[in-house]
Structure formats: structure tokens, C-alpha cells
Design a protein around this ligand. Structure first.
Ligand SMILES: NC(=O)C1=CN([C@@H]2O[C@H](COP(=O)(O)OP(=O)(O)OC[C@H]3O[C@@H](n4cnc5c(N)ncnc54)[C@H](O)[C@@H]3O)[C@@H](O)[C@H]2O)C=CC1
Ligand SMILES: O=C(O)C(=O)COP(=O)(O)O
Length: 568
């Protein structure tokens, strides 16, 4: 039994309003964990909702927990305006439209290992049941018969087991079959023969596995598209199976063309099949599936592979734990649609994520023009980390201050693509001006070169005492904390300029929190650089927004230009 953590945790007010919906039956240990960790959350267990009912209520929830029964379609997700996470208490996520979730920035997590032993053991149970007719013999006994001679079986020892999909479940099945003294062969395009050989499994083509195996067992996930696994075992594949062979499917119903299977069984080409999964679940009044499960050579179970006490506690607590982490603003262990970043790395990256987001926010507010290509240069030790979260932070900063886009780690790549923004990373562990520095450079369309000097095409920043600092804006050195309302203006580098701005702000009742006047970075080489070298950048952080008339007055004061207000 998994240990339920019950330490008292601080839950911020935003978390108190959290609502979690559970639409398939999960072990109570998972629900207990949610209640202990999020004591103020509302947790609703509503198994058996119809799609329309789910669509009607999903908008109120931040988290949804399912198993394989609930269909989390794009239609459902379209109504899920507050949803942060879909937790799948199990392995397969083919009942969740992960593409739609990704576009909406909803994280999808599963429990990749919680039920694999259960699935492997059920496969072995199916194997032995097929070999020894256990279910039919039991039914016969219950009908008060004694049909000893009817149920002549076969031994599995020395038989060949063909595993299709040598992943976590497939490998566990192979190991157990070896314990039964079976010879194990497998087909999996993503597993190397050397790796398999270490586990005494011989890799071969799909055709060879089908031709050689006495028992074929399926363990791939269900994927659609041209190279997908949907319909992997069709009429042709069944026809090349060894005559009298047996087929087991404890993975996904859609892997087999069920009509073709029925035909192969009727023709007696294969001796039997054991099915735990079906193309439609529950099968209800599906005529084909009813014929299939009623067939005398079929053994069927109602998707029981993961249904052990141990597995259910494992998957429920695993997913509940990840829901808690995401609700608290952290990252889950097993996201299906997000990069895996270790918590230690995230801790180091956090202030840089803030920095990069602010760089993006400053850029779009100072230079509100369409963007095509951005170079992010990292220098110093920071460059040695997995920096994907920083790219997401940049997209967030660029888009959120000018659009309604809600950007996060999940949808950042998709949104950047939709907005036509290409992000190129450059990394060097050699420090630049500061020990760790991030520089954003905008590349103008067509000609891979920086925009004119008059434009703000470069922004650079660093982190000091865990706090982001901006150190370069366009052609000017500067140093300020990117926080709150900030006035940017350029001025001719001459006495009296600060006084003019100070006087107008005083008149407007705006308190200055911090002011920085930065000189030009470069020596004059061109006309624009000449202008820049004679000018300076004033960055004025204020306590409250500056009224429009005051900005106009500063603009008209002479020798002060490009006056812009930015909110960070
Ligand atoms: N009946 C049940 O209750 C349960 C069913 N499952 C299902 O079992 C399946 C396997 O799960 P895991 O082993 O955890 O997944 P996994 O991802 O560890 O393994 C899947 C394997 O399939 C391989 N594969 C992908 N495309 C292939 C193709 N075209 N041909 C052959 N192999 C291919 C992959 O390389 C991978 O090694 C999934 O469909 C999962 O949903 C898992 C747990 C319980
Ligand atoms: O984990 C999986 O992939 C399973 O198929 C288990 O499904 P279930 O949680 O029992 O509905």
C-alpha cells in the first residue's frame, strides 16, 4: 500500500479554489493523497459521465483524472477553459487528444510504470488460459458437466513466444515467458538487437515473428497516421501466422482488425485468441465485438490488464502526486506532452526564465512589430543546462504582453510556430561581460542581420542575487531590475536632461523608484552609431503609471526622444 503523505503544507489562496474532477474509478489512496495535499480543493468523483455531461461541467475544473474509459476529446477540451492538467491513472493516453491539449497548454501526465507488471501478469494468465482452456473448462464445470477429454491442452515449454512491441510491458512478458521455458522472439523497430539479446530475446522482422511464433502477443501503444500501429495485425498478418498459432492482445483493441480476426478464427487458421482490449469499450451492442467475444476460440476479459490492487494504488497515487505538483505551479514527473526537466535544474533556471520572459516583454512593448527570427545567446555556466524552459519563457514574454495567448511550457513551441517566430539558440560556456548572460537579438526578415541601429534589436540581461537585471537595451549599457512600470527614453548626452524628466514626473505626482542613464555601447562607426554614441538611454522605474499628458510633455521638451512606457 502506497504511503500517503500527510505533512501540513502551505497552500496559497489561488490553490484553495482548485477543483479536481475524477471521471473513472481510481483507488481511494489517490483521492486521499489529493485531499491530504490540497485540503481546500474540491474533489468530485463522477464516474460514468456521458460526453455531453462532461462537456457541460469541465469548464469549472483545473484538473481532470481519468483511466481508459473517459474520452478526453478535442470537443471536451474546447470547453476546458480552466484546465491545467489531465492525469491518466495508467499508461495508454490514446483516449486523450494530446495534440489538442498541447495547443491549449494543458499538461497531460500518466503513470508510465505503475501497472506494467499487472499487464504482464495478465498476459501470462491469458497465455496459460489459451494453452489449457481454463475459462471454457470452468464454464463447463459451472454447467455441471465433466468434459475431461474436451479440454486437451498444450504445454508452453519449448514453444516460441513472439512479442510485438518490446517496451516495458513486452519485456516483462518476455522475462516471465522465459521462466516458463519459452523461446522469446520479438519485433520492435525501436529496440536494437544487442539490447534485446542481453535479455535473451531475439529480434526479427514482423513477418518472421508472425511466421515462427506459436503464441503472438501485442504490446505496442496505439498510434494513428501512416506509420501508426492502428490495424497492425490485419488479414495479411493473420494469414502468415503459423497454422494453429494463438494470438494475445492486452495492449489496445485498435491494433487488430477485428473482422479479419473473426474470419481467421472461423477458418480455423489460428487456434485461438485472448483479448483484454477492444476497438470499442465497453463493447455494448457492437455486433462484431459481440460475435468476437462469444466465439468459442476466444477468451475475453473486460480490459482487466491493470486491474490489480497493487497497480491501482500505484497509478492513482502516482497521478495524484503529479496533479498536486502542477496545481502548486511545479512540474510533473511523467508529462506526456512536455519536456522532462529535473526539479534541481528548474530551480537553477527559474530566475533566468523570469529574465528571458522580461526580455521578451520589453522587446514587444518597445518595438511592436511582427517578428520572424530571434537569436538567444547564452554565455557562461548557464549554457551547459537544458534550456528548453527558457525558450518557452521567451515566447510567453513576447506574446503575452501583446495578445490573449496563454503561453506555457506545453504550448510555447506550437504558438511560436503559429506566430511565425523562429528561435535560434547559441550557447557558449565562456562568460561574456557577466558571469552568466542571456542576449536576445532580433534578426530582420530576409537578410539574416541585425535591424538598424535606431531599432532596439538587442537586449541583454543577467541574474544577480537570484534577481534578473537588464544590462543592455539596443546600443546602450544600462542596469535595472525589470519590474513594474518603466519609462524608457533616449536623450542627447548633455546636462539638464534628467532634470526635465524629473520635473514633469513631479508635476504628475509620479514617484521615481530607480533611474539609470546608460551610455552607448559602441564607438561611432556609422551615422546611426554616431547618433547613438552622442545619446544616452534613460530608464526610469516608477511606482505608478505615468499619465499620457506627462509622456507628451517629456517628448516635446526637446533633445529627448523615443519616450515609451513599458509594463513589466
Ligand atoms: N490492458 C491493460 O490494462 C494495459 C494495457 N497497456 C497497454 O500496453 C501497451 C504497452 O505499454 P508499455 O509497454 O508501457 O509501452 P512502451 O511505450 O513501454 O512500449 C511500447 C513499445 O512498442 C514499440 N513500438 C512502437 N511502434 C511499434 C510498431 N509499429 N511495431 C512494433 N513495436 C512498436 C515501442 O518501440 C515500444 O518499445 C500500451 O498500449 C498500453 O496502453 C498498458 C498497461 C495496462
Ligand atoms: O494503462 C493502460 O494503458 C491501460 O490500458 C489500463 O487501463 P485502465 O486504467 O484499466 O482503464
Amino acid at each position: 500500500m502506497a504511503e500517503v503523505r500527510d505533512e501540513v503544507v502551505h497552500v496559497d489562496p489561488a490553490v484553495e479554489a482548485v477543483k479536481i474532477l475524477i471521471t473513472d474509478r481510481i483507488a481511494h489512496e489517490g483521492v486521499d493523497l489529493l485531499r491530504a495535499q490540497l485540503p481546500d480543493a474540491q474533489i468530485d468523483e463522477r464516474p460514468g459521465l456521458k460526453p455531453e455531461q462532461l462537456k457541460a461541467i469541465i469548464g469549472a475544473y483545473q484538473a481532470l483524472i481519468v483511466r481508459s474509459e473517459t474520452q478526453v476529446t478535442a470537443d471536451v477540451l474546447a470547453e476546458a477553459t480552466n484546465l491545467k492538467i489531465v492525469g491518466r491513472a495508467g499508461v495508454g493516453v490514446d483516449n486523450i487528444d494530446t495534440g489538442a491539449a498541447t495547443r491549449q497548454g494543458i499538461i497531460v501526465v500518466n503513470s508510465p510504470t505503475g501497472n506494467i507488471v499487472a499487464a504482464a501478469e495478465h498476459t501470462i494468465a491469458m497465455l496459460m488460459s489459451l494453452a489449457r482452456h481454463v475459462p471454457a473448462a470452468d464454464a463447463s464445470m459451472k454447467a455441471h458437466k465433466w468434459e475431461k477429454s474436451r479440454f486437451l491442452g498444450i504445454e508452453v515449454r519449448n514453444k516460441v513466444l513472439g512479442v510485438i512491441g518490446l517496451g516495458k510491458v513486452g519485456m516483462n512478458v518476455a522475462k516471465r515467458a522465459q521462466g516458463l521455458e519459452m523461446q522469446t522472439i520479438a519485433f520492435d523497430p525501436f529496440v536494437s538487437p544487442e539490447q534485446a539479446r542481453k535479455s535473451n530475446v531475439e529480434m526479427m522482422s514482423l513477418e518472421d515473428v508472425l511466421r515462427k511464433a506459436d503464441f503472438v502477443t501485442l504490446h505496442t501503444s496505439l498510434t494513428s497516421g501512416p506509420n501508426g500501429t492502428r490495424g497492425l495485425i490485419g488479414e495479411h498478418e493473420l494469414s502468415i501466422m503459423k497454422p494453429g498459432a494463438r494470438l494475445i492482445n492486452c495492449a489496445r483493441g485498435g491494433l487488430i482488425e477485428e473482422e479479419a480476426l473473426l474470419k481467421a478464427l472461423d477458418e480455423g487458421h489460428i487456434a485461438g485468441a485472448a483479448l483484454d482490449v477492444f476497438s470499442q469499450e465497453p463493447i455494448r451492442d457492437n455486433a462484431l465485438l459481440q460475435r468476437l467475444v462469444s466465439h468459442e476460440r476466444i477468451i475475453a476479459t473486460p480490459h482487466l490488464g491493470a486491474s490489480t490492487e497493487e497497480a491501482q494504488v500505484g497509478v492513482a497515487t502516482d497521478v495524484a502526486d503529479q496533479v498536486v505538483s502542477v496545481i502548486r505551479g511545479g512540474f510533473p514527473r511523467a508529462a506526456v506532452n512536455a519536456p522532462l526537466i529535473l526539479p534541481e535544474t528548474l530551480k537553477i533556471l527559474q530566475p533566468y526564465m523570469t529574465l528571458v520572459e522580461k526580455l521578451g516583454r520589453i522587446y514587444t512593448q518597445l518595438q511592436p512589430e511582427p517578428l520572424h527570427k530571434i537569436e538567444l545567446t547564452y554565455s557562461g555556466e548557464i549554457a551547459s543546462y537544458d534550456l528548453r524552459p527558457l525558450q518557452a519563457a521567451l515566447v510567453k514574454g513576447l506574446l503575452e504582453s501583446v495578445s490573449e495567448a496563454h503561453v506555457n511550457m506545453i504550448n510555447a513551441q506550437v504558438l511560436a510556430k503559429e506566430w511565425g517566430i523562429e528561435i535560434v539558440e547559441r550557447k557558449s560556456t565562456t562568460p561574456a561581460e557577466f558571469a552568466n548572460q542571456v542576449t536576445l537579438r532580433v534578426v530582420t526578415e530576409g537578410e539574416d542581420q541585425a535591424a538598424s541601429e535606431d531599432q532596439i534589436s538587442v537586449l541583454s540581461g543577467t541574474v544577480m542575487h537570484d534577481e534578473p537585471r537588464i544590462v543592455q537595451v539596443g546600443p546602450y549599457w544600462t542596469e535595472f531590475v525589470p519590474e513594474g512600470p518603466i519609462l524608457f527614453c533616449r536623450n542627447i548626452d548633455q546636462p539638464g536632461m534628467i532634470g526635465i524628466v524629473g520635473t514633469v514626473l513631479g508635476k504628475a505626482g509620479v514617484n521615481i523608484r530607480h533611474m539609470d542613464v546608460g551610455p552607448s555601447v559602441r564607438k561611432a562607426r556609422s551615422y546611426d552609431a554616431q547618433r547613438a554614441s552622442e545619446s544616452a538611454l534613460m530608464v526610469i522605474s516608477v511606482d505608478n503609471p505615468i499619465p499620457g499628458w506627462a509622456i507628451d510633455e517629456i517628448n516635446q521638451a526637446g533633445d529627448i526622444f523615443n519616450v515609451k512606457m513599458v509594463t513589466l
